[in-house]
Design a protein around this ligand. Structure first.
Ligand SMILES: Cc1noc(C)c1CN(C)Cc1cc2n(n1)CCN(c1cc(N)ncn1)C2
Length: 428
């Protein structure tokens, strides 16, 4: 039984959060409020993390306190050192980046010819569906300046309806893509958002002319170039891509592509979503000149055949539909396909739609990514044809190997804007 004095002292100490200084009764276990315990005259104190948010440790301040504690005047340099460390800690906190974005990548037709992503331009926001394209670096849109004869169902951007649009006076652009399609026009700057990530005064290239293949593509309102800004065609001064403009405020200087076969995938900016891949990301260096995401594959395998280790340099290009590799590799692949032929008439490798296709595996450093046969059985020549067109074609006419959507949708791809840049592939 505790005496009045015992109780008084204990309650004072407990109120001070100091637990009880009283010797424990032998044989009883006393648990006080900080989960410490006393048993048989022995004390066990449970250490808990300080729940209060606190600034990083400032060593100079600790030294200053030691001087004070021992009654010795602290030298001036200690006092200035405290301020130096405090400032650097404040700046570090300010530098902690916090912006990210995430948006859908929607196939525009039943054979995944391209993927479009909802974006908003201007104030109030105008929503367009744009093709995020790592193989080019112009952000251009169908607009109120596009002749109506060239607009067929596309959403347009009207700078006149945006209170934040500004004409980039005297600037023009003109782009031609690998398939001969193209567009040209003038330039505005305006607020531009993808998946909640906003860039103020993004260069938005307004089309004054588009080629017929774009007019015919009613689900595609333009492109967002995610190549390196060196490829941008705006003159007299080239403009930065959305990613280059967003980078300074991104948590991580990356964007990722999770394209899917006949389904909606996603693009993320500023973070790598662990839920979108298994295992680890395998990175390989990127050579950023002349402005593509240029890197090498470490080799390939056809079906269950042996992996052929050979460096294959090319570009990872989300704006290109198919996979284009050296003729020798493509020939080796279609040699395994009953009835396959390289048709001049159809402009590439075709085969009977009923043929069984092997998978195709490509290497990134030591990692292996397998493209299912279904991705390579790309499409019928026509809805009633029994002849099918391959998703793997020869790059010989292109002068460059292109790892397009047929390959990229078989992996989770990290485009890393770090210095030096690199590209990563993860299994999904
Ligand atoms: C072709 C094609 N590709 O996607 C779509 C949509 C089409 C259909 N076509 C009717 C219209 C068209 C043509 C192109 N696009 N859209 C998208 C950009 N293009 C690229 C990008 C790039 N990085 N490399 C090569 N071309 C060419």
């Amino acid at each position: 039984m505790l005496s009045f004095t015992d109780l008084f002292v204990t309650s004072l100490l407990a109120a001070a959060g100091l637990g009880s200084a009283l010797p424990p009764r032998i044989g009883t276990t006393v648990i006080n409020q900080d989960q410490s315990s006393f048993l048989n005259g022995r004390t066990t104190l449970k250490q808990v993390r300080n729940p209060r948010p606190h600034k990083a440790f400032n060593g100079a301040r600790a030294t200053y306190r030691t001087y004070l504690k021992h009654g010795v005047p602290a030298p001036e340099y200690i006092k200035t050192a405290i301020a130096h460390i405090d400032n650097e800690q404040e700046e570090a906190i300010a530098r902690i980046k916090r912006d990210t974005g995430s948006a859908a990548a929607v196939p525009i037709n039943e054979v995944d010819i391209a993927y479009v992503t909802p974006v908003t331009v201007g104030t109030p926001p105008q929503t367009l569906m744009l093709d995020l394209d790592t193989g080019s670096s112009d952000l251009w849109v169908f607009s109120s300046l596009t002749p109506s004869s060239q607009v067929r169902g596309q959403e347009i951007y009207s700078p006149a309806k945006s209170s934040t649009s500004k004409l980039l006076s005297g600037h023009t652009w003109s782009i031609r893509y690998g398939d001969g399609s193209g567009s040209r026009g003038t330039v505005y700057t305006d607020n531009f958002t993808i998946g909640g990530l906003e860039v103020e005064s993004q260069a938005v290239q307004t089309a004054q002319e588009v080629s017929s293949s774009f007019t015919q593509e009613q689900s595609l309102d333009g492109l967002v170039g995610l190549g390196f800004s060196t490829l941008n065609t705006v003159r007299p001064s080239s403009q930065l891509t959305f990613f280059d403009n967003a980078r300074p405020k991104l948590d991580e200087e990356v964007f990722t592509a999770d394209l899917k076969y006949h389904a909606t995938g996603s693009y993320d900016f500023g973070f790598i979503d662990r839920a979108k891949y298994t295992g680890n990301i395998t990175y390989t260096p990127v050579q950023q000149s002349p402005g593509y995401w240029t890197h090498s594959l470490s080799g390939y395998a056809v079906g269950s055949g042996a992996f052929q280790s050979t460096q294959i340099q090319g570009i990872s290009d989300t704006g290109t539909t198919l996979l284009y590799l050296p003729t020798a590799i493509v020939t080796a692949y279609y040699r395994q396909v009953q009835g396959a032929q390289n048709s001049q008439y159809y402009g590439g490798y075709v085969f009977p739609c009923s043929s069984t296709l092997p998978t195709f595996t490509f290497g990134i450093e030591g990692a292996r990514f397998t493209i299912p046969a279904s991705y390579i059985n790309y499409t019928r020549i026509s809805p009633t044809s029994s002849t099918c067109y391959g998703g793997l074609q020869s790059s010989s006419g292109l002068g460059i190997n292109i790892f397009g959507d047929v390959a990229l949708k078989a992996a989770f791809v990290v485009f890393s804007g770090t210095n030096p840049p690199r590209i990563g592939f993860g299994t999904k």
